[in-house]
Design a protein around this ligand. Structure first.
Ligand code: GCB
Length: 658
């Protein structure tokens, strides 16, 4: 065993954690091998039926269930001020910083480090950086398994407990769960050190590059249009679960007249029987069943509806010798999602999506999760009459989905597959269709694809039980017109279809080069999402009349292609400075943003197959510096501090009526 490796956990080798989703994944980099291997793994784990007609219970090594405290489980927050240190020379490993950091500063967790600083070098730091804190491991009487659960670690991390490596993870937008039972000491304070890295490359998601500056510093060059915030962005929990525990569950719904069937499937790591109970909002038991798979019949079911959510709570119990061994309780909503022809059906009723593409982005905290900001965002979205948002361009913190469940919001959940075009200004290239590279032909693709499959798997594992999640978005604006792209995405879509127990619709956001004539991937999508900027990147200002023509022309061509699926605009927008006014309008003014929207509305209202409009963006957000951006992207309907621009009132007027 290598020095520093966790003792007594030979069953949990170091590779285990990077290979968290599919054991051995990281070592499989030969492209063809990846999917075959994954499919094989799926077959293996299919032995436990998911209780649904489609979908497989995902066999992540560690439970993705959101941590909770109850009579059998412990959940202790480690959020607060941690120690922090940059490591520009990448000497931390050699100097054994995992045993404790010196010369540290304080850094809030959760939060991005960038905007905490007042100097540019620190803000724009690129490379390794370290965090440290301590935690006390209670000496519980019962034998337990102990884990640390990070909502995310951006973009890659190695976790050490008392100097021992307990896990590592690639990908900055999904939970990282590491076992610490073998490394942490009960009844004592334990040292937790994490090495992070925020570099971008073409083998992991999102894509980008690193540029060497003349003074020796590294500068990150995202191939996407949002600031490359990094750090510990989400809450960190110390978790204990009984030795025999509930690892995962999934649900799927069937409506039968006024009743509903909740098909469930539970995965435990033991042999004791499982019991499932369903309670209504008042806490009244409405159905119960025994067995790790089964169905609960709910008489006169209250359905989870758009902006009118009804949540039941599902309790899963493992019982043994008349005693409770483990339990897990969560809120779920009974609803179905289906695509039929050009309609999106929720509980069998057509729904038109109104809302936003968003970002996790705010002053000072960057991409750090904050309940107050999330609350304000939901209030602003509700005020404007919205019912939906896309988690552009990565899965958000768990708590966003919990709030969406509660508020009856529909979520298009997106993997961090963004920047898949080798360009520093993708957003502009994408809008005009001017730049184009055969990204999926590169030698980096096999590794990238492995990372992509892993992210899809982790996202579906984490979010599958949220009623708010109505669809999975598997990409944002990649090249989709080559045969390579088709081959690449076919595998990604097939894999996602296998994984979701509910078989939710799959989609991805297409940029303009993905035209009706050339796109090779739109038929993989259950509904097509378009990002279009006619009147902004194309024919803006005085040329808006040409934009109108071109926009109608493209939509006529989509109609001709006859895909017979719903289309949703996942992006349309115009940069607008919150203080700028001009009569008559010019680009960047409030007046122009409103005129631009009228053009879009005219197009949306003409075609029946258009079933949704998600404006880009909910709020102004930080992006990399450049001549295209004025201290960030200003396409927000709200300013970065969440105050409405003029156009917000126009959207409200329109959406309140739809
Ligand atoms: C896009 C991208 C988005 C950008 C947006 C823009 O097409 O998907 O990430 O921020 O355009 O504002 O240019």
């Amino acid at each position: 065993m290598r020095k520093g490796r966790q003792k007594g956990v030979s069953l949990l080798p170091a590779t285990l954690f990077c290979d968290l989703c599919v054991p051995g994944l990281n070592s499989i980099i030969e492209e063809k091998g990846i999917l075959n291997r994954k499919v094989k793994i799926l077959r293996k784990i299919k032995s436990r039926e998911s209780g649904g007609k489609r979908g497989t219970q995902i066999m992540l090594k560690f439970s993705e269930l959101y941590p909770q405290a109850n009579e059998k489980r412990l959940r202790i927050s480690l959020d607060g001020a941690w120690k922090f240190r940059f490591d520009p020379e990448a000497k931390g490993g050699k100097e054994q910083w995992q045993n404790g950091l010196s010369d540290t500063i304080l850094m809030p967790v959760p939060g991005s480090f960038a905007d905490m600083f007042t100097d540019a070098h620190s803000r724009d730091y690129c490379g390794d950086f370290w965090y440290e804190t301590e935690f006390f491991l209670p000496d519980e009487a019962e034998e337990k398994e102990y884990f640390l659960r990070f909502g995310s670690l951006t973009h890659r991390a190695v976790v050490y407990c008392n100097g021992i490596e307990v896990g590592s993870h690639e990908g900055g937008f999904l939970p990282v769960v590491v076992p610490i039972s073998g490394a942490a000491k009960k009844g004592e304070r334990n040292r937790l050190v994490i090495k992070l890295n925020n570099e971008l490359n073409e083998e992991s998601l999102p894509c980008g590059a690193v540029h060497q500056l003349k003074d020796g510093r590294k500068l990150v060059k995202p191939y996407f249009d949002f600031y490359n915030y990094a750090g510990i962005h989400r809450s960190v929990y110390l978790v204990s679960v009984p030795k025999e525990s509930i690892e995962d569950y999934s649900v799927r719904y069937e409506l039968e007249g006024d009743d509903a069937l909740v098909h469930y499937s539970v995965r435990t790591n033991g042999t004791h029987p499982v019991k499932v109970e369903l309670r209504d909002k008042e806490g009244v038991l409405v159905a119960e069943a025994e067995g790790s798979t089964g169905a609960l019949r709910v008489k006169n079911a209250h359905l989870w509806k758009v902006r009118n959510a009804y949540l039941y709570s599902i309790s899963i119990l493992i019982m043994g010798e008349g005693k409770l061994i483990d339990s897990y309780t969560e809120e779920i909503g009974i609803r179905t999602v289906k695509i039929e022809g050009t309609k999106i059906l929720l509980n069998g009723e057509p729904v038109y999506l109104k809302g936003y593409g968003k970002h996790e982005d705010f002053e000072v905290i960057g991409r750090g999760f904050n309940w107050g900001v999330a609350k304000r965002d939901f209030e602003c979205m509700k005020w404007s009459g919205a019912n939906c948002f896309r988690t552009s361009h990565y899965p958000y913190a768990d708590e966003w989905y919990q709030m969406a469940d509660e508020e009856g919001f529909l979520v298009i959940d997106e993997v961090p597959a963004v920047g898949m075009m080798r360009s520093m200004s993708n957003f502009a290239a994408a809008g005009s269709g001017s730049k184009y590279t055969y990204f999926f032909e590169a030698p980096t693709v096999p590794k990238l694809k492995a990372a992509h499959l892993q992210a899809v798997e982790e996202m579906i594992a984490r979010d599958k039980n949220h009623p708010s999640v109505i669809a999975w978005s598997l990409f944002n604006e990649p090249e989709t017109i080559s045969e390579y792209a088709r081959e690449y995405f076919k595998d990604i879509f097939d894999y996602a279809r296998e994984l979701d127990p509910e078989g939710r619709p799959l989609t991805g956001a297409l940029e303009k080069t993905s035209s009706p004539e050339k796109c090779q991937c739109c038929d993989l999508c259950d509904f097509v999402c378009l990002n279009r900027y006619y009147g902004w990147y194309i024919s803006g200002g005085p040329e808006i009349v040409d934009a109108r023509e071109a926009f109608f022309d493209e939509m006529d061509r989509w109609e001709k292609r006859g895909l017979n699926v719903p289309f949703v605009f996942t992006e349309f927008g115009a940069d607008t400075l919150g203080m700028e006014h001009k009569l008559p309008s010019v680009m960047w003014t409030q007046e122009y943003q409103s005129e631009y929207m009228e053009l879009c509305f005219e197009v949306f209202d003409r075609y029946d197959f258009i079933q949704g409009e998600l404006v880009w963006n909910f709020a102004d957000f930080q992006a990399s510096e450049g001549i295209m951006r004025v201290n960030g992207n200003k396409k927000g309907v709200f300013t970065r501090i969440r105050q409405p621009k003029d156009v917000a009132y126009r959207l409200k007027e329109r959406w309140d009526k739809i």
